[in-house]
Design a protein around this ligand. Structure first.
Ligand SMILES: Nc1nc2c(ncn2[C@@H]2O[C@H](COP(=O)(O)OP(=O)(O)OP(=O)(O)O)[C@@H](O)[C@H]2O)c(=O)[nH]1
Ligand SMILES: [Mg+2]
Length: 380
């Protein structure tokens, strides 16, 4: 029965709707030429975001990297060269540009700035200090990214760190993007990519955090947490609302669109909507069939007994609990599959085939264990 309903969905369209609802943070990347700005962007958001040639040059040497595929807008400033004149031109440029965007309204304003200084320079220039001050005066949350840490020794690193924090009065996080994995491992105790990302998330308004986290390369755990705490609850609430309306519950027609939107939202958060169109419709169909099957079974079999509240409450209350619990269970199950697949793709050396991670037996297994875990009404 529910197999037929799959045809009613345009999963791509659902995905677009979800994407359109995600607010995008605007992040400004500053620093001298060669400071490692583009490298930082690539490291954090993946090579696709700031790949050469995909940016849109705006006025005055600022390149915007934004696309429908990512939920973050990056503004990479063309680094300034040494020389007093060029430096103040750069600063005035950036300052004026920030003002203009602010006047253009809320969506356009810069939400935070990352100022890159190469540790290899072995000094913090007056210019660095002056630009950071300007950003702070504009009330832009600003951080210094101390790049290319692999180019200095420990003493030099401490000295740079001290110079930055004393002179710039902002947080400073050290990073290295060396290609050699061995060097990265040796440097690990000093590298603060995670802390930088946590700072960046913390400084964003709640409504912008999702866009940022969803755009990160990797960071599966952060995505999983976002899905559990912020995304699934949107849909369980909607499902409960639908169930509370006086329509026969056995009619899953109203619940399925909610679960499909949720599924697309989860795929988007893990960045798996970019894998292939096949994966999108594969997962969409799977969720529709799975939800339909679960609902049908639940009305006849003992599955209902596993759901907290059922049997104690009556009528509409039962339906509301069932609807939101099913939605939560399916969301959690899909999130688990997505997390496993993302980890495999991220850690694996060869391309992973998705049916191994998204088949209906696996999904039912996750649903069942989620229901067991939440039997006592926790966390639904
Ligand atoms: N060893 C090492 N090299 C790095 C690191 N980060 C960047 N580089 C190198 O430094 C050079 C400059 O990096 P970019 O990211 O292009 O610098 P940028 O600030 O974007 O430079 P402009 O766009 O010219 O302003 C490149 O050759 C990078 O490969 C790092 O952490 N370690
Ligand atoms: Mg660059």
């Amino acid at each position: 029965m529910s197999d037929i309903k799959v045809k009613n969905f345009d999963f791509q369209r659902e995905l677009e709707k979800v994407a359109a609802g995600i607010r995008k943070p605007n992040i400004l990347i500053c620093g001298a030429t060669g400071a490692g700005k583009s490298t930082v962007v690539n490291w954090i958001f993946g090579k696709n975001v700031a790949a050469t040639g995909t940016g849109r040059p705006l006025t005055r040497g600022i390149t915007e990297y934004s696309s429908e595929e990512t939920s973050v807008n990056l503004f990479d400033t063309e680094g300034y060269e040494i020389g007093e004149e060029k430096i103040s031109a750069y600063r005035d440029n950036v300052e004026k540009w920030i003002e203009e965007r602010r006047e253009g309204g809320l969506a356009g304003q810069i939400h935070e700035a990352w100022y890159c200084i190469s540790a290899a320079n072995k000094r913090v220039t007056d210019m660095d200090i002056s630009v950071v001050q300007t950003l702070l005066e504009k009330n832009i949350p600003t951080v210094v990214v101390l790049t290319q840490l692999d180019c200095v020794d420990y003493e030099e690193y401490r000295e740079m760190f001290r110079a930055v924090t004393e002179n710039c009065n902002v947080h400073c996080f050290a990073t290295s993007a060396h290609e050699d994995q061995y060097i990265q491992e040796v440097m690990e105790p000093y590298i603060e990519w995670e802390a930088l990302i946590d700072w960046a998330i913390r400084e964003l308004d709640d409504s912008l955090k999702e866009g940022f986290i969803g755009s990160l390369a990797g960071h599966v755990q952060k995505k999983q947490e976002l899905v559990t705490k912020k995304i699934i609850p949107i849909y369980t609430t909607a499902a409960a609302g639908v169930a509370a309306t006086p329509i026969p519950f056995s009619d899953a027609v109203l619940l399925e669109p909610i679960q499909v939107s949720m599924a697309m939202h989860i795929l988007r958060t893990y960045g798996l909507d970019k894998v292939s169109e096949e994966l999108i419709s594969f997962v969409g169909s799977l969720v529709v069939t799975q939800a339909g099957r679960m609902l049908a079974q639940s009305l006849t079999a003992g599955v209902l007994k596993m759901i907290p509240g059922v049997g104690t409450a009556a009528g509409i209350a039962v339906n509301t609990v069932v609807a939101s619990t099913f939605t939560a269970a399916i969301g959690a199950a899909l999130s688990q599959s997505c997390a496993n697949y993302s980890k495999a793709v991220f850690e694996g050396s060869k391309p992973q085939s998705y049916p191994e991670f998204f088949d209906s037996a696996i999904l039912s297994g996750f649903v069942e264990s989620w229901l067991k875990e939440h039997k006592n009404g926790k966390d639904t």
